[in-house]
Design a binder for this molecule. Structure first.
Ligand SMILES: [Zn+2]
Length: 351
């Protein structure tokens, strides 16, 4: 470590750390989110952390651009006037190839947008025409809440920064940032619930606590980075026969429980409720226990209220994929009825 550049490294580390913190803040504290389809189409994600908002001169930011299945991260500068004052950070999502080319070749002009960029709360279903913008600008308040943003100026790579960040790939701050970026890209606002049974876990081998649930799923190869942690469990919740609810992935982390339904929360009941696969109950519980159903109704009621999930978005795994899961003995209609009546009773009593 040459003493001549340690100050520069420190500055760079704190910039990378601030960018990571900005992304984490959104994942953990924002009620709203950038829709999946925008993030899936993103060619680059540029984070302008709040700490770098000085005068209206040069700001430094962190840019990550797709490089195959990987992301290449570099420093960029932002020159121009920011309508957002020091209280909010910015996240700029680059969508078009021409904007990405402009950024990598010389500079990218950021102008005030004519229309507001979509968020899950305002536009959950993004169409192809919504994605024709070159870029979208979002702001991040100090509370972590994300909302449409505005900025005007030029984004460009300062000389040599591409190389210098590539060289420090092993730095702690860049590793942390990489995890935060992955969480950010995998963050969801839940829009539905899929119900499963575990089938494979027999009652006498119940995983004991989150660690064992996680290691069980690790063997099956599910892995996701979310909020700075690695999760292997595919579901968001697991309900034991005695009614205990175990947490799997955090709610804001996308699931790996039903293909194409990553923004749905996955809840799995321990047992095998298929009369074909578990006819005599030799494998595990033949049908959900009363306590399990009670916990499931309570959990779903809470999640529905929290995320405003319509009843039609609560489905069995077998409703959306060709699978027996959660088995023909799972009392789906009865479950929906009790969910509905608990909701109605609540609204009648004024909460
Ligand atoms: Zn399933």
């Amino acid at each position: 470590m040459g003493s001549g550049c340690s100050g520069e490294n420190r500055g760079r580390d704190s910039l990378v750390n601030s960018a990571a913190d900005t992304l984490e803040l959104v994942v953990e504290h924002s009620d709203d989110a950038i829709p999946d389809s925008v993030l899936n189409a993103a060619k680059c994600v540029i984070t302008v952390p709040v700490s770098t908002h000085g005068e209206s001169g040069n700001l430094v930011a962190i840019a990550s651009c797709r490089d195959g299945s990987d992301w290449q991260t570099s420093i960029v500068t932002f020159t121009g006037s920011l309508s957002e004052k020091q209280t909010s950070a910015l996240i700029i999502v680059i969508l078009s190839a021409s904007a990405e080319a402009a950024l990598s070749k010389a500079e990218l002009d950021i102008r005030r947008a004519n229309r507001k960029p979509p968020l899950v709360s305002t536009k959950a279903l993004v169409t192809a025409s919504d994605l024709t913008s070159d870029y979208m600008v979002y702001k991040v308040q100090s509370s972590g809440e994300i909302s449409p943003g505005d900025a005007e100026g030029k984004l460009q790579f300062p000389q040599g920064s591409k190389d210098s960040l590539a060289l420090s790939k092993q730095s702690r701050s860049l590793k942390k940032y990489g995890k935060s970026l992955e969480s950010f890209l995998n963050a969801i606002v839940p829009t539905g619930i899929v119900i499963h049974h575990t089938a494979l876990i027999s009652s006498d081998k119940l995983p004991n606590g989150e660690k064992e649930v996680d290691s069980y799923h690790q063997q099956r190869g599910f892995e996701i980075q979310c909020s700075g942690k690695t999760y292997h469990v595919a579901y968001h919740y697991l309900i034991l026969p005695d009614g205990t609810v175990q947490r799997g992935r955090p709610e804001r982390c996308e699931g790996a429980h039903a293909r194409g339904y990553n923004s749905y929360l996955g809840i799995s009941l321990i047992g095998d409720f298929s009369s074909r696969d578990n006819s005599d109950g030799a494998n595990s519980e033949k049908r959900p226990t009363t306590q399990q159903m009670k916990s499931l109704v309570e959990l779903c009621r809470r999640l529905r209220q929290k995320y405003n999930i319509p009843l039609q978005h609560i489905v069995r795994h077998s409703d959306i994929a060709s699978t027996e899961c959660p088995g023909d003995r799972f009392p789906f209609n009865e479950f929906l009825r009790s969910l509905q009546t608990t909701m109605e009773r609540r609204s009648l009593s004024g909460k």
